[in-house]
Design a protein around this ligand. Structure first.
Ligand SMILES: Nc1ncnc2c1ncn2[C@@H]1O[C@H](COP(=O)(O)OP(=O)(O)OP(=O)(O)O)[C@@H](O)[C@H]1O
Ligand SMILES: [Mg+2]
Length: 304
């Protein structure tokens, strides 16, 4: 079953569509990485799903139920844009207020649990206004975890975090997903970090979903290649093309896509009198895949 499914979901602000005809499928138990450039509609979609905005058209179903169902809504933990906190209250007090607001049975125990999850126990007594950006972000993640939600919707949860903060959030999310089966919809601009956790991806552009796929399909599409630099790249290119069918010059190096063994490429070039200065086996990461998808879309749109 899909944890989240939208059908032809659209939202317009003052006659301008922020998202249009969105058919999103977030499988139960997935970590769904939501990517897209600024203004592509990620936050708007997340707000629609959590009921913070009302759709202009289309429907949203959560675990097969209409998203307005209060029993389902209470199972969603949310962090969208900034955590709503009182500046003069401490981290602990802010979490406590939220726990009481949610009417949780053991609020202080629950606050202690989430503080531990995001490694904020030591900062519990600090006033919100005196927290660093990274602490505020982690507090936001902690808030979303109150009450052990079945689904998390996190908008840019790792924005502003240092390497250690990112690791803490990453490990927390992976733990919740793998140990408790929590479904997570997470948007981020830090694609390298997202690639470490996402099981599925949705790519938004100008309010439209242009790709949706499991991470395994993306890995398959992210072609791997032998990258080689030589004393004479134009000649090496011509020679490699006599033996390989997929050779490309890119960013000052040659890429041989139809080979996985860099030693064979190196030996072949040596036999033909070309000195190899650098050689490695590489694969395209999420970042490059995303940029390629975007530029392909732009070309297709300009040819349409
Ligand atoms: N309350 C609003 N009123 C008017 N326009 C809005 C409102 N909220 C969002 N928009 C517009 O909708 C579009 C999508 O915005 P949204 O915040 O969903 O993008 P985003 O993908 O989250 O961007 P970012 O990466 O910058 O966070 C933008 O053009 C934005 O200006
Ligand atoms: Mg946003």
């Amino acid at each position: 079953m899909n944890a989240i499914e939208t059908h032809e979901l659209s939202k317009a602000f003052h006659g301008m569509y922020a998202v249009e005809h969105l058919n999103l499928h977030v499988p139960e138990g997935s970590i769904y990485g939501f990517i897209g450039e600024n203004g592509s509609g990620k936050s708007t979609t997340e707000k629609l799903i959590c009921g913070l905005l009302v759709p202009s058209a289309g429907t949203i179903r959560l675990y097969g139920q209409p998203h307005t169902n209060p029993a389902i809504r209470s199972q969603i933990g949310v962090l969208i844009e900034n955590p709503g906190c009182f500046p003069n209250s401490t981290v602990y007090q802010n979490l406590m207020m939220q726990a009481l607001n949610l009417d949780l049975p053991n609020p202080s125990q629950e606050v202690g649990r989430v503080l531990k999850l995001v490694s904020m126990v030591g900062a519990a007594g600090r006033k919100f206004k005196e927290c660093s950006l990274g602490m505020k972000q982690r507090l936001g993640v902690a808030q979303s975890l109150l009450g052990r939600p079945r689904m998390l919707i996190l908008d840019e949860p790792i924005n502003g975090l240092d390497a250690d903060g990112m690791r803490i959030v990453r490990e927390t999310l992976i733990g919740l997903n793998q140990e408790q089966g929590v479904t997570i919809l997470v948007s981020s601009h830090i694609l390298g970090e997202l690639a470490k956790i996402a099981t599925h991806y949705g790519i938004l552009r100008g309010g439209t979903l242009i790709r949706e796929m499991p991470a395994s399909a993306m890995v398959e599409e992210c072609r791997s290649f032998v990258a080689v630099n030589t004393s004479d790249n134009p000649r090496a290119h011509a020679i490699l093309a006599t033996s390989y069918t997929q050779v490309e010059a890119k960013d000052g190096i040659l890429r041989v896509y139809d080979e996985t063994d860099s030693a064979l490429v190196s030996a072949f070039l040596h036999q033909n009198g070309i000195g190899v200065t650098e050689i490695s086996y590489q694969s395209i990461g999420l970042e490059e895949y995303y940029l390629q998808t975007m530029s392909r879309q732009t070309k297709e749109a300009s040819h349409a």
